[in-house]
Design a protein around this ligand. Structure first.
Ligand code: GDP
Ligand code: ZN
Length: 386
């Protein structure tokens, strides 16, 4: 990567990074990370065969663990969260300050093999680099070298055509933000986001914003519907204001992502909950929305504890590849009736003696939710598998 020398002599290690050159070359989409990792490696590693990499990896692993232990013993290993990716440089927050981290070659090689590029939200261990400091966007950050990335609890994926792309790791919670009006409230969209959140093992929260525009109470009724299904659900307004304390409570000490159509009020909610965010340009990367032209995700840290994934590109997205047979398990009220239909593989659409349709007729399932289910079922069935 740029000009880099990595010589291991016991505890003596020299890394030289010409970041200015890297920056010019590597401000690209995260989806290209794996390819860039290859391209960014020095020539020797680039031309190694898979066998060579493995053989070398085994040798290096021992050496790295020794280094690791030494550093641990010396109190030099830090733990932190990747809050942004800048080409091959990861910005890492250790709870106290930001670091600009490169990735140790051994780890990089393994990540390439496992098709598991680092992403924002990754929980990493790193050691301070020898070089001192790295300048990113006029901010001078201490240099670190990432040694290890912890296994992920969740992976937030996004489809680009037929390719899946890791947007963020370890996101616990998906807050689905819809407007009560302007744009008009579309409960079907909530159902789509709910499916996506659950597919990604994230706890969904339903947040209907712009409560001040809910003159007829229709939005409140929708919030009630989702609350009755067991989802944390709330009505908020940035204007009144309303519901913000509850939202903050739900966000505290978790890593969340806000989903929802453009104009629902996600940015307004972010700023209302933590006015500091927009002031944090200096330390938390560019929150300057005017400059947000890429879909690169970043983590923002709440003043009250926890993180939120900021990713303009995710605001509207497709439901990930769901097999039709999986879908009933992702609609809680249908999942509850599993096994009660005559046919084990009942799709709850045309079959006889279907417990779901009986519940629908008896008014125990909302017709809108059932309609969402049928619509999504057809889409999933029509979608090519890959
Ligand atoms: P985003 O695209 O989801 O990030 O939405 P924005 O935060 O940019 O908000 C879109 C518009 O909705 C802006 O004009 C906001 O001022 C407005 N807005 C946000 N929250 C509220 C609210 O609670 N009530 C009303 N009436 N307008 C809101
Ligand atoms: Zn059925």
């Amino acid at each position: 990567m740029g000009r880099k020398k990595d010589r291991n002599k016991g505890r003596e290690r020299k890394i030289r990074i010409d970041l200015r050159r890297n920056r010019a070359e590597r401000t690209r989409d995260q989806g290209e990370w794996t390819r860039l990792l290859h391209a960014g490696d020095d020539r020797q590693e680039e031309t190694e065969s898979a066998e060579n990499v493995r053989a070398k990896g085994e040798l290096s692993r021992k050496r790295t663990i020794v280094l690791h232990d030494e550093q641990f013993a010396a109190g030099r290993v830090h733990r932190g969260l990747v809050v942004a990716m800048r080409g091959l440089i990861a910005e890492v927050d250790d709870g106290e300050q930001l670091w600009a981290c490169t990735v140790r070659r051994l780890l990089r090689t393994r990540l390439i093999k496992e098709r598991h590029p680092l992403a924002v939200g990754d929980d990493v261990r790193f050691a301070p680099g020898e070089e001192g400091r790295i300048v990113i966007d006029d901010r001078e950050l201490p240099e670190g070298v990432i040694e290890e990335a912890a296994p992920r609890r969740t992976t937030l994926l996004r489809e680009y055509g037929r390719r899946l792309h890791v947007v963020a790791a370890n996101v616990d919670q998906a807050v689905i933000v819809m407007a009560a009006d302007m744009p008009p409230l579309r409960p079907h969209l909530i159902d789509r986001y709910l499916v996506a959140a659950q597919m990604g093992n994230m706890q969904p929260v339903v947040c209907v914003n712009k409560a001040d525009l809910d003159a007829g109470g229709a939005a409140a009724a929708v919030v009630d519907r989702y609350a009755r299904l067991g989802y944390p659900s709330l009505l908020t307004s940035v204007v009144e204001p309303r519901g913000l304390d509850r939202l903050q409570e739900l966000l505290t000490d978790r890593m969340s992502v806000l989903f929802g159509p453009s104009g629902a009020g996600k940015s307004s909610l972010l700023n209302a909950l933590d006015p500091r965010l927009s002031l944090k340009v200096g330390t938390l990367s560019d929150l300057d929305r005017g400059r947000h032209t890429t879909t690169t995700a970043r983590l923002l840290k709440w003043a009250f504890g926890g993180y939120v994934v900021d990713t303009p590109g995710l605001r509207q997205f497709d439901v990930p590849n769901v097999a039709p047979a999986q879908l009933p398990g992702l609609f809680v009220e249908l999942a509850e009736l599993a096994g009660q239909c005559r046919f084990l593989d009942c799709s709850h659409r045309h079959e006889e003696a279907c417990a779901v349709k009986e519940a629908l007729e008896a008014g125990r399932i909302s017709p809108e939710r059932y309609e969402s289910y049928c619509k999504m079922y057809e889409e999933c069935a029509a979608k090519p598998k890959y």
